[in-house]
Design a protein around this ligand. Structure first.
Ligand code: GUN
Ligand code: ZN
Length: 452
């Protein structure tokens, strides 16, 4: 089980990078991170190493020495991903959102009624995202409870932290991929009960109305009630494209806005994450900010489906936390590092068009991929950086695959290594991945011994 794989103490000695309240990316060479029973205990300068070992009654065996060009980073947070769309990654990006859903996406998701097919895809997704450094993912599964339970089981077994949602849709969907309202609510309640019964802190259920277009008012209200009853996480899509926004206005004439549709159902709160959020007006932005909901910015998807350009700077100025989502397969890549780069490019496009626009820096994007992503999911009390008390979710990065040409840049600073990882890194550069202190990935092509 999970606990059995977690050493009592582990000390990581080397260069530690994380986001803090005062720094988007604090680079700390020659530090020691003390991990006890899977949690961060303290982060201190390396000259205190022997004192720490003595205090803990540990030995040299308990210390993992990172190499000079390795970095210890917080695990990456994918704030929005559709694991049931992975077979389509890189395909079928020639239609706008609503047509893309009907033509390509709903038919693929409908196949997840076959639990074995689903389990095979989900196994691959969890393995692939972990290998890319995703220690925590907010998953939109299909509408099927059995397949979604399999996904949750796979996350637990492989040791990935996850918010898992059985997607809900009771209208404007194909006949073979649609629920009736009561069935959707009952299956959601059963899914939630099954997950809560396990008392597993790693995997939590998330209430998942797909979006207003496929959810009746009664369904949204019922889901809001379940979410509030158990203080659950909530995820949905909001203001991704203009045709979507126009259709929502037609379907919900009593609501003041698209955002208000969710607000009046009780679905907006600090544990809610809203994917996309490109096309809101000022009033909607205020509702989002006041509710404490976070945004999952899905830049690859927004560009691939030509949905529009999200203005992250404006969300930040309103006080909204913004995490990063791969949004597979609207986005075509399963790595959060790809989301980081698409985020920076999108921000640069704003800056190209507007003299007064201050583009996001790679440090800003690093924070969004870690601490801010955790906050957008309502998980920053337990993950996101190496603050004492937090769970040890981490990535050991060794920026060294040949096309990152680090070798042409000697000597290099730790800050330059971080930049190389952000812009050129991929799964080849990830030596090891830890979730709650358990090593869940060990890259066979990299020098890295299983610690403990
Ligand atoms: N809006 C509703 N469903 C989806 C989906 O599956 N992908 C994206 N990108 N947007 C959505
Ligand atoms: Zn999505």
């Amino acid at each position: 089980s999970h606990e059995e794989d977690v050493p009592e103490v582990q000390l990581f000695h080397g260069t530690v990078v994380h986001s803090t309240a005062s720094s988007a990316a604090d680079v700390l060479p020659e530090h020691v991170l003390v991990v006890r029973r899977g949690r961060v205990e303290r982060l201190v300068p390396a000259r205190q190493l022997s004192d720490q070992l003595q205090r803990l009654g540990g030995t040299a065996e308990d210390v993992v020495h990172l190499e000079a060009d390795q970095l210890l980073l917080p695990g990456l947070v994918d704030a929005h991903i559709h694991p049931c769309q992975y077979p389509n990654a890189g395909l079928a990006l020639d239609l706008p959102l609503l047509e893309w859903l009907q033509r390509y996406t709903f038919p693929l998701e409908a196949r997840f009624r076959d639990e074995e097919f689903a389990a095979g895809v989900y196994e691959t997704v969890v393995e692939r995202t972990l290998r890319n450094g995703t220690t925590c993912a907010s998953y939109f599964a299909s509408i099927h409870r059995p397949a979604t339970e399999r996904l949750a089981d796979i996350c637990r077994r492989r040791g990935q932290r996850a918010l898992v949602g059985k997607t809900c849709m009771d209208m404007n969907s194909p006949a073979d991929y649609c629920e009736n309202t009561d069935e959707s609510l009952q299956e959601t309640a059963a899914f939630v009960a099954g997950q809560l019964r396990r008392r597993c802190s790693l995997v939590r259920p998330s209430i998942t109305p797909r979006f207003a277009i496929t959810c009746s008012e009664r369904l949204l209200n019922g889901l809001g009630k379940i979410a509030n009853q158990h203080q659950l996480h909530v995820q949905t899509h909001l203001n991704e494209t203009l045709p979507e926004k126009a259709l929502v206005a037609k379907l919900f004439p009593a609501a003041h806005s698209y955002t208000d549709v969710y607000q009046r159902a009780g679905l907006l709160g600090p544990r809610t994450v809203l994917a996309h959020c490109l096309h809101h007006d000022e009033g909607e932005l205020q509702i989002m900010a006041n509710s404490g909901a976070g945004v999952a910015h899905c830049a690859n998807s927004n560009n691939s489906l030509r949905s529009g350009l999200c203005d992250v700077r404006k969300l930040h100025e309103a006080g909204v936390s913004v995490g990063l989502g791969t949004d597979m397969s609207g986005g075509y890549h399963p790595s959060v590092l790809d989301s980081v780069r698409a985020t920076l490019h999108t921000s640069n496009v704003h800056a190209i068009h507007r003299d007064d626009y201050e583009a996001l820096t790679f440090r800003d994007a690093f924070r969004m991929a870690t601490l801010e992503g955790a906050r957008a999911l309502g998980l920053d009390d337990i993950i996101g950086n190496f603050e004492p008390g937090k769970q040890f979710d981490a990535v050991v990065a060794h920026v060294g695959h040949e096309e990152s040409n680090v070798d042409l840049l000697t000597p290099h600073s730790h800050d330059e290594l971080l930049q190389k990882f952000v812009y050129l890194g991929d799964s080849r550069d990830i030596c090891a991945v830890y979730v709650a202190g358990r090593q869940v990935v060990s890259n066979p092509t990299q020098e890295w011994s299983k610690s403990g």
